[in-house]
Structure formats: structure tokens, C-alpha cells
Design a protein around this ligand. Structure first.
Ligand code: C2O
Ligand code: CU
Length: 455
């Protein structure tokens, strides 16, 4: 039910605001939506349109939008998504980060892809509060790049008082001078994950955002890019990181730059210091993710413009999220996942434990068991590792425990390093794990986790 969410905005006049999808079920705690994947045209460059694929709200008329409609939920909502595929090829929808029943996970391991003209009903309960996203899980590097992605926000629990609560999906596209998406895919695109030449925030380049001087805002970031890492900075400001993939942290922390690898989400609070009339760019700084990607210098994402002073920030909550450590001991079983790559001859290939999906052996485990996953990155570039169906807790990177704790479903494994995380296996079913650089996932760096019921 969206009516109760009306107070969350502060987004009037904000051209970057996402449009919420229509809930056709009037019952409280029940949300039913119509989501359609369709071909569409969009102007990434002014006056030049591009042929894209996009989601649209099937309960309304109108074209597809990039990002797709925003799905806003309250914790505990029962959700039904009636999906229709109007694309010329099969597709699915995966609910990235949400703990959904395996048959609603939207992967080729959990369902038959929906053929052109076909429909599928996804059903799940909004169990966890946080920032999530949805995207196809077949031919992912192509379909997501063409524009098929959207944000999903689940509210509930502790809500810090803010002037505005905004969701930003970060992406990039490789455009021709004509404004069309490039059809050239070179070896570098496959090796690094296609990097675009135009940066997008909520589907727009050069977006503008009106903010109130002196106010505090909550910003939710989602990286939906195939390969680009975003490393956000706002001159003269620090970010208070309050949430990760799996919701609010037990202890928020301050940082100057926010690194977001593909698939990850972060929620921050920012106190906006500026004089009315002034402008300030939100930028992404270079991050060395390997293979000598050149440093283009800072790139602008969004231009903030400061308006009249807002309400001075209220006191922050005394407690935030909760985090019970997953109990690991000397005898907790450890599983090893070794990430490797092969040179571009004729095309780069990517492996987990020397296997290339789909020719790989599923990992069999038992629900509720606790395990340590040891992800060893032997390649010369970073890989964001994503596990479906459950959250995990990072234990260490090359033996060094992280400074902060929280729930993750996607984590960057830096080049030539070994990252270990603890996980308690969730619902029985077939789940996937993979690198979220989509060119890598679609060229082998993906695997299946079969969770068996306890006997
Ligand atoms: Cu966001 Cu398996 O993906
Ligand atoms: Cu990768």
C-alpha cells in the first residue's frame, strides 16, 4: 500500500525521482503489481533517441522507463508480481538481495525462462528491510545493459529523520554518436565488463538535484552497471554509512569516499552544507580494479543545487540495525571457491574452481548449516561476488578482519586476494552464486548451490 508512504518524499520537483509502480491490490500488507519487459526508445543524449529494453508498469499505459518502476514495500508485505515478456527473447526477473522462495528467484536454475509473449507470476514476502533491485537473469550482460533494471525498497524498523529519502541507481552506457547503444562488443568489454562512455543516475546523464542547505538526506545507492565501479565523493562532505545490502548496520560509520561495486547497495546519510544558490557535483573517482584501466579523473554524476535552508537535522536514532554474528568455530566447514580467468583468445573465459558455468557441478549443502566460504581471487582484477537467497558476514580479507560489520549479499573480492565470509544456509532449493560483472557471469564465473532440507 503506497498511501502510507507519502511522507517519505521531499522529492517534489526532483527530476531524478523514480516513479512508483501501481499497487492494484487494495488490501493492506498485500501488494500486487503488473510488470512488463518491453522494447522502448529513450533519449540518453538530448534530441537523440536510443533503442532500449525497459520495464513498464502494466497497470498504466505508457512506455518503458529506465530504471523500471520503483517497487516500494513495507516489511511483511505479501507481494505478487504479474510479469509479461514483450521482448523478442526469453527473460526472467531476479530480485537481487531479497530472500524469496526459490521458485521466485528468477534464475534459469529455478524456472524456465519466460518466452516472448509469455507470463510468469512471482510471489514473495518482503522479509527484510533494505534497498534491493530487480533485473533479468538470462543473457544478463545484454539485457541489463539494454536497460532492464529497477529499484525495490523495503521500509520498516528504525527510520532516521531526514529531509528527503532518495534512491539512486548508478549505471553507464556505451553510446554511439547517434545516441544509440553501441553494438560493438570488443575484447576489453568482455574482459572488464562493458564500461560505458556516458554515466547515468536513474537513467539520466547530467541530472540535477535540488536540495535544501543545511538539511540531512538519506541516499540509497544501487550499482546496476555491468562492470563499472563507482567511487563516490562529494567535496567538503562526509557520508555516514548506515546500511549495506542487507539493511541497517549496527554501527554506522563516516567515510569520505564510497566504493560501490556492481550489484552492491549502500545507504548513507549526508548533511548538505552549502549556501543557497551554490551548486556542487556528486562525483565518482577512479578506483583501480585491475588490468590497468586508465584513470579518467573525477567524473560528475549529479549536480546538486542548494536551495533555501531546510529543517536542521534532528537527533539521530540511538540504535540502528541488529547483527548477531554467525557462529563460526575452529571446526566450521570451509569451502573454497577459486576465481580464475583465461586470456582473450578467442574470447575471455572465466571460471570458479576451474569450472565454467553451465558446465559446472552444483555445491550440495544442508539448510541451517553454518559454513565459511573462502573466495580466492587469482586474477588480476577485482570481482564482486554475489550469493542468491541469503545474506552473509565477511570474516576477513587476506586474514584481516573488516573494520565494519553488516549483512552482505554481494562483496568485492579484490585482485589477488582471498576473502572469507560466514553464511548460514537458507531455504532449500537451487540458488546461484556468481561474479556480478555480468560479462564474467555469462562467460562462466557462476555456480549453483543446492540447499537440501534437513533430514
Ligand atoms: Cu543481481 Cu544473480 O544477480
Ligand atoms: Cu568478475
Amino acid at each position: 500500500m503506497f498511501a502510507i508512504l507519502a511522507g517519505c518524499g521531499g522529492q517534489q520537483g526532483d527530476t531524478l525521482a523514480l516513479v512508483p509502480i501501481t499497487d492494484v491490490d487494495p488490501a493492506p500488507q498485500a501488494v500486487e503489481v503488473q510488470l512488463v519487459a518491453t522494447a522502448s526508445r529513450i533519449e540518453y543524449l538530448p534530441g537523440k533517441s536510443a533503442e532500449v529494453w525497459a520495464f513498464r508498469d502494466g497497470a498504466k499505459g505508457g512506455a518503458g522507463t529506465i530504471p523500471g518502476p520503483l517497487i516500494e514495500l513495507r516489511q511483511g508485505d505479501q507481494v505478487v508480481v504479474n510479469f509479461r515478456n514483450e521482448l523478442p527473447e526469453p527473460t526472467t526477473i531476479h530480485w537481487h538481495g531479497l530472500r524469496v522462495p526459490p521458485m521466485s528467484d528468477g534464475t534459469p536454475s529455478s524456472q524456465m525462462p519466460v518466452p516472448p509473449g509469455g507470463t510468469f507470476q512471482y510471489r514473495f514476502t518482503a522479509t527484510d528491510v533494505g534497498t534491493f533491485w530487480y533485473h533479468p537473469h538470462v543473457n544478463g550482460d545484454v539485457q541489463v545493459e539494454k536497460g532492464l533494471y529497477g529499484a525495490l525498497v523495503v521500509r520498516g524498523g528504525v527510520e532516521p529523520a531526514v529531509e528527503a529519502d532518495r534512491t539512486f541507481i548508478l549505471d553507464d552506457v556505451k553510446l554511439e554518436a547517434s545516441g544509440e547503444l553501441s553494438r560493438q562488443t570488443d575484447q576489453l568489454d568482455l574482459m572488464l565488463g562493458r564500461q560505458g562512455n556516458v554515466l547515468l543516475v536513474n537513467g539520466r546523464s547530467g541530472g540535477k538535484l535540488g536540495v535544501r542547505a543545511g538539511s540531512r538526506e538519506r541516499w540509497r545507492f544501487i550499482n546496476s552497471a555491468n562492470g563499472r565501479y563507482f567511487n563516490l565523493a562529494l567535496d567538503g562532505h562526509r557520508f555516514l554509512v548506515i546500511g549495506w545490502d542487507g539493511g541497517l548496520l549496527p554501527r554506522p560509520y563516516q567515510i569520505d569516499t564510497l566504493l560501490i561495486s556492481p550489484g552492491e547497495r549502500y545507504e548513507v546519510l549526508v548533511e548538505l552544507m552549502g549556501t543557497p544558490g551554490a551548486t556542487l557535483p556528486l562525483r565518482t573517482l577512479h578506483y583501480d580494479r585491475g588490468h590497468e584501466i586508465p584513470d579518467p579523473g573525477p567524473l560528475d554524476l549529479v549536480q546538486l543545487s542548494f536551495g533555501e535552508g531546510g529543517a536542521p537535522p534532528a537527533a539521530l536514532p540511538g540504535t540502528w540495525g541488529s547483527l548477531t554474528p554467525i557462529p563460526v568455530a575452529m571446526d566450521t566447514p570451509e569451502r573454497s571457491f577459486v576465481l580464475t580467468e583465461k586470456d582473450p583468445d578467442p574470447e575471455p573465459e572465466f571460471f570458479i574452481n576451474s569450472e565454467k558455468f553451465p558446465r559446472s557441478t552444483p555445491t550440495h549443502v544442508t539448510t541451517e548449516d553454518v559454513a565459511i566460504w573462502r573466495v580466492k581471487n587469482e586474477t588480476e582484477m577485482d570481482h564482486p561476488f554475489h550469493l542468491h537467497g541469503m545474506f552473509f558476514q565477511v570474516l576477513d580479507v587476506d586474514g584481516v578482519p573488516p573494520a565494519q560489520g553488516g549483512w552482505k549479499d554481494t562483496v568485492n573480492v579484490p585482485q589477488k586476494k582471498t576473502l572469507r565470509f560466514a553464511v548460514r544456509y537458507g531455504e532449500p532449493g537451487m540458488w546461484m552464486y556468481h561474479c556480478h560483472i555480468l560479462e564474467h557471469a555469462e562467460r562462466g564465473m557462476m555456480g549453483e548451490l543446492m540447499i537440501m532440507p534437513r533430514r
